[in-house]
Ligand binder design. Structure first.
Ligand SMILES: *[C@@H]1O[C@H](CO)[C@@H](O)[C@H](O)[C@H]1NC(C)=O
Ligand SMILES: *[C@@H]1O[C@H](CO)[C@@H](O)[C@H](O)[C@H]1NC(C)=O
Ligand SMILES: *[C@@H]1O[C@H](CO)[C@@H](O)[C@H](O)[C@H]1NC(C)=O
Ligand SMILES: *[C@@H]1O[C@H](CO)[C@@H](O)[C@H](O)[C@H]1NC(C)=O
Ligand SMILES: *[C@@H]1O[C@H](CO)[C@@H](O)[C@H](O)[C@H]1NC(C)=O
Length: 436
């Protein structure tokens, strides 16, 4: 039997056995039904299959006669307002339930009693105002819960008390404002908590105190003005903290003292005016620090000391006039990884969205694109001009800082009045400054 024919037969065998599985490419990539990796289906009619796709059908209630074998149920983009207890038949294998973009007003945990294997529940873009919890352990296997873009104003402290395996909780885009201590107290496996755009103005002490596995915490797009030291004191695994787009003027000393695993810290778009020495002193694993779009005027010596793993520091759109040297000629940036990118372009008035990393290769590209042949006297004039500018800057920084300043310097220096430049000579000159 020819290879093609054999492949075709295998293909038919598989597709006949599992009529709604998508076979992308050849039979080798067919998902195994036993793993419940049910492939997307174009079938809208909820036939027996690992997945029922019932989205966008104008449904006002949960369809009846759903096959027991399904692992995924798509009910998004319908007009379901209420799910009555018992509305779901017994679906012993169901793992994923998409109820996004309906008109549900109440999230009643008890209605999911017949779905013992449920791992992912998407209720985003509904009109939920209340979460009604229950003492029974109905969602004991739930790992991901999406309640974003609803109308939640209050969360009862017991709302999430029986979700022992929850890993991701997305509450963004609500109007919660104030989260009570204890709300997240029984989520021992929570890894990601998204609380962006919930009109939060302050964080009560203890809100994040029982989250031993939390890795990502997003608090962006709120109205937080200040965070008390100790708020993040018990998050031993936190790797990513997003505090951008708030109204913080100051970072309390000690706020970031106990985050031994923090790798990403986003503080952009706040109103931070100064950074106290020691603020980042214990963040020895930090790789990215974004302080763009604040009102920082001065970077004191040692501010970024101990950040030996920092790869990217963004200070764009601030009002920095001074980056001070330390006593042992340790400038603020002296402990930066030499491959680090420091972004300082777009100071002051330029507004948002101007950040641009200027690296050696960017500069080279710039030179390649803009510099052509140049008469000797013009080149000399240019080099003197550049040297003059450079001299003033040279004392300001050690090698790492000088690299950045020179990149900026070249671009801001008035070379238009000099004429066209010889690419190779400029590159050579640059290299000399670079290494000097
Ligand atoms: C949280 O929900 C918002 C709004 O639906 C969405 O934009 C965001 O990507 C979600 N984040 C995560 C990590 O699920
Ligand atoms: C909530 O925040 C949004 C923007 O994040 C704002 O437009 C709205 O006015 C705020 N609502 C209240 C009640 O503060
Ligand atoms: C750094 O952490 C240690 C303990 O891990 C603590 O004693 C010290 O106060 C912290 N220092 C700062 C500046 O936060
Ligand atoms: C750097 O960290 C060490 C401990 O790892 C600490 O003793 C020292 O004070 C820190 N340096 C600064 C400038 O905070
Ligand atoms: C510097 O950063 C680069 C890029 O992430 C990394 O490969 C290198 O190991 C780092 N060097 C040090 C000394 O940390």
């Amino acid at each position: 039997m020819g290879r093609k024919l054999r492949h075709l037969l295998m293909f038919l065998l598989i597709t006949m056995k599992e009529p709604n599985l998508q076979v992308d490419g050849w039979w080798l990539s067919t998902p195994k039904a036993a793993d419940c990796k049910c492939a997307p289906s174009t079938d809208l009619s909820c036939k027996p299959s690992p997945r029922c796709d019932c989205h966008g059908l104008g449904l006002i209630s949960i369809p009846k006669n759903l096959p027991k074998s399904i692992c995924r149920l798509d009910l998004y983009n319908n007009q379901i307002r209420k799910i009555k207890p018992g509305a779901f038949p017994n679906l012993p294998r169901l793992q994923k339930l998409y109820l996004k973009r309906n008109q549900i007003k109440i999230f009643q945990i008890c209605v999911f009693a017949n779905l013992p294997q449920l791992e992912k529940l998407d209720l985003s873009f509904n009109q939920i105002t209340i979460i009604q919890s229950s003492a029974s352990e109905n969602l004991i296997n739930l790992k991901q819960l999406y309640l974003s873009s609803n109308q939640l104003t209050i969360i009862q402290p017991s709302a999430f008390s029986n979700l022992p395996r929850l890993q991701l909780l997305n509450l963004s885009n609500n109007k919660i404002r104030n989260i009570q201590p204890g709300t997240f107290a029984n989520l021992p496996r929570l890894e990601n908590l998204i609380l962006s755009a919930i009109n939060m103005t302050m964080i009560q002490p203890g809100v994040f105190s029982n989250l031993p596995r939390l890795q990502g915490l997003c608090l962006s797009n709120n109205e937080i003005t200040m965070i008390q030291p100790g708020t993040f004191a018990n998050l031993p695994r936190l790797g990513k903290l997003v505090l951008s787009d708030n109204q913080m003027r100051i970072i309390s000393l000690g706020l970031l003292a106990n985050l031994p695993r923090l790798q990403l810290l986003f503080l952009s778009d706040n109103q931070i005016t100064k950074i106290q020495p020691g603020t980042f002193a214990n963040l020895t694993r930090l790789e990215k620090l974004n302080l763009a779009s604040n009102q920082i005027t001065k970077i004191k010596p040692g501010t970024f000391a101990n950040l030996s793993r920092l790869e990217e520091l963004n200070l764009a759109v601030n009002q920095i006039t001074m980056i001070q040297e330390g006593p042992n000629s340790n400038i603020a940036l002296s402990n930066l990884n030499t491959t680090a990118t420091v972004v300082t372009s777009g100071h002051g008035q330029t507004g948002r969205g101007q950040s641009q990393a200027i690296t050696e290769s960017n500069t080279n590209t710039y030179l390649q694109d803009h510099v052509h042949t140049l008469p000797a006297e013009v080149f000399d004039q240019f080099s003197r001009h550049l040297a003059k500018c450079a001299l003033a800057h040279r004392e300001a920084a050690e090698r790492e800082a000088r690299r950045i300043i020179l990149s900026n310097l070249f671009i801001t220096c008035d070379h238009t009045s000099i004429g066209l430049l010889d690419r190779h000579r400029i590159l050579a000159l640059f290299e000399k400054f670079w290494d000097g």
